[in-house]
Ligand binder design. Structure first.
Ligand SMILES: [Zn+2]
Length: 346
């Protein structure tokens, strides 16, 4: 292209705080900063957080207007100044922490995902629901050619689940685990708990039937609403671990009912509502309550290995693939729980 020609591509843009302030716009190809690469996006997953921003039910700050999308896989289209060890054409997935403070004490110990100044793709900086996205080279991970882009773009939610269940929880073979919420993260947490050797139940609402049936194909028990009986079944004490992956605060109350004394609750689902119940059972039962947020480099490498080897099989979670102009249908299917994961092709 010559210097005066501006290449534009279609992008799913969230342009304001009002509900449904999302539309397809033509955006310019981003220019690269030092140590960035331009990624040509091949597949991008719709995250619950994209749907929340669309409906304006999110609880985090957004830099409007912003291109949505942080779950993506693609190939390197061009290299910015200073980029080493990468070449045009490499197949990659990208972490989500687009901006971090490299001098933050959290970054220095490798937990840059917990750096308070962290800004991610799709809310802090332009994301991947478009043809080209600028990515800092430190975010990149190589993927094998045998891994399809549709599967690879699910690396990110798998990393959320791995961090919650493998890093932040202590789950051992023979443990009994209840996952609350059969969204993408909930089902992936259930699969991870199975990989850890646990017996797993996934709890949802009547309207979650479709997604619960998918959880069953992974050997999980599907439960509508009340898991108390399952929790108490073996020795009357409750489940060893509850993973709360629902997007509501009230489920923590259920988790406290179902967890065994000295057990643990890992909370990975967000909920802006304040609690209106006592946390005394947490004290009385001597329960550990653990938050889990995002992921870091090692988690990405582990998940890529699991996806590449087939140990982690997420193909049946993909409920459909949509062209970028049909983004709204992809979002609605996720919102209505009709599919576990929608994928968009830019
Ligand atoms: Zn996500």
């Amino acid at each position: 292209m010559n210097a005066f020609e501006v290449i534009k591509s279609k992008a799913v843009v969230n342009y304001g705080r009002d509900p449904h302030s999302v539309e397809v716009r033509e955006v310019e190809t981003p220019s690269l900063k030092y140590d960035e690469v331009l990624v040509e996006v091949k597949s991008v997953g719709v995250c619950g957080s994209d749907v929340h921003q669309w409906e304006s039910t999110h609880s985090w700050g957004v830099n409007y207007p912003v291109v949505l999308g942080h779950e993506f896989a693609g190939i390197i289209h061009s290299l910015g100044e200073g980029v080493e060890d990468w070449k045009v054409g490499d197949s990659i997935v990208s972490e989500t922490a687009a901006i971090i403070d490299k001098n933050s004490p959290m970054t220095k110990i490798g937990l840059y995902n917990l750096d308070p100044s962290r800004k991610g793709f799709g809310y802090g900086v332009n994301g991947a629901m478009t043809k080209y996205v600028a990515v800092p080279a430190r975010c990149l991970h190589r993927i094998p050619e045998t891994l399809s882009f549709d599967i690879a773009c699910m690396t990110e939610p798998c990393c959320v689940a791995y961090n919650a269940v493998v890093i932040n929880a202590d789950i051992n073979p023979g443990d009994r685990v209840i996952v609350i919420g059969p969204g993408t993260i909930g089902i992936l947490c259930a699969i991870m708990a199975k990989l850890r050797g646990a017996e797993v139940a996934v709890v949802g609402l009547e309207s979650d039937r479709k997604r619960l049936t998918i959880a069953e194909t992974y050997g999980c028990t599907a439960i509508i609403e009340d898991a108390l009986e399952w929790a108490l079944k073996v020795d009357g004490m409750g489940a060893d671990c509850i993973v709360d992956a629902a997007g509501a605060s009230i489920t923590l109350k259920k988790a406290l009912d179902w967890v065994r004394p000295n057990g643990q609750i890992v909370k990975v689902g967000w909920g802006p509502q304040p609690l209106n119940f006592s946390l005394d059972p947490l004290v009385q039962k001597n329960v550990r309550l653990q938050g889990s947020f995002s992921h870091n480099w090692l988690v990405w490498e582990k998940v890529i290995k699991l996806l590449s080897s087939g140990q982690l099989d997420v193909e049946r979670l993909i409920g459909g693939v949509w062209a970028i102009q049909n983004w709204e249908e992809a979002f609605i299917k996720m919102k209505d729980g009709e599919v576990v994961k929608s994928i968009i092709k830019p």
